[in-house]
Unconditional design. Structure first.
Length: 221
């Protein structure tokens, strides 16, 4: 049985992929999930933006390589115009440039098309809850890329972070959701959220994906 959502209503999801042979079956499979309502299936970025404008929408499952308006630019526009809409990338591309561009544009999750249905559903739920999900291949590549580059002064962590805030950041860098962090630290999810809010404010971290990058850059992961 599907896990219930916090607000007890289905998550409103758009599936965006220019290939109908991928888009339509994926929309159909996700639509069978109890807590997901596929409100639109889009073949390009302009169609995504139109569907979001007609909203409401919670999550866009976004392919990167689409005609007319690609997934990176669509994600960037959504982040600026509709920050309440979470983007989870689902693509065949796991190269460094694609990963960094998508996360930099504001994507909360990044999966390759090797991901199974349960992985995709989990990523959609996590993104809707403000969490970040990166599949293992993506996380490993991101880790290697960031470690290969020197840490810029602006990316260093503030000295006044508490040990617990650093610990929470390290766990975020491992891709753990709040519930798993709470279980590891033997605290409540509410306490974890408080630590995350303090951490983000102190370190000028804008979102979960940014936190993953900062954790890796600081050598915490």
């Amino acid at each position: 049985m599907s896990e219930p959502t916090e607000n007890s209503r289905p998550l409103r999801v758009i599936v965006a992929d220019d290939q109908a042979t991928i888009r339509e079956p994926l929309a159909a499979v996700l639509g069978m999930t109890e807590d997901i309502d596929v409100v639109a299936a889009a073949a390009d970025g302009n169609a995504v933006l139109a569907a979001v404008a007609a909203g409401p929408v919670d999550v866009v499952l976004m392919d990167l390589r689409m005609p007319v308006l690609d997934g990176i630019e669509t994600t960037r526009r959504l982040s600026g115009e509709h920050p309440e809409v979470a983007v989870v990338v689902l693509t065949t591309f796991a190269d460094d440039d694609s990963i960094l561009a998508a996360l930099g544009a504001g994507a909360r999750g990044y999966l390759t098309k090797n991901a199974g249905r349960q992985d995709i559903v989990r990523a959609i739920r996590a993104a809707a809850a403000g969490q970040s999900v990166l599949d293992r291949e993506v996380q490993d590549r991101l880790l290697a890329t960031v470690r290969a580059k020197p840490t810029a002064p602006g990316q260093q962590l503030p000295a006044h972070l508490t040990p617990r805030e650093r610990e929470v950041l390290a766990l975020i860098g491992q891709g753990l959701p709040n519930r798993a962090i709470a279980e590891k630290l033997f605290v409540s999810e509410a306490t974890v959220k408080t630590h995350i809010n303090n951490l983000f404010a102190k370190a000028d971290i804008r979102d979960r994906a940014d936190a993953v990058r900062r954790a890796i850059a600081a050598g915490l992961t």
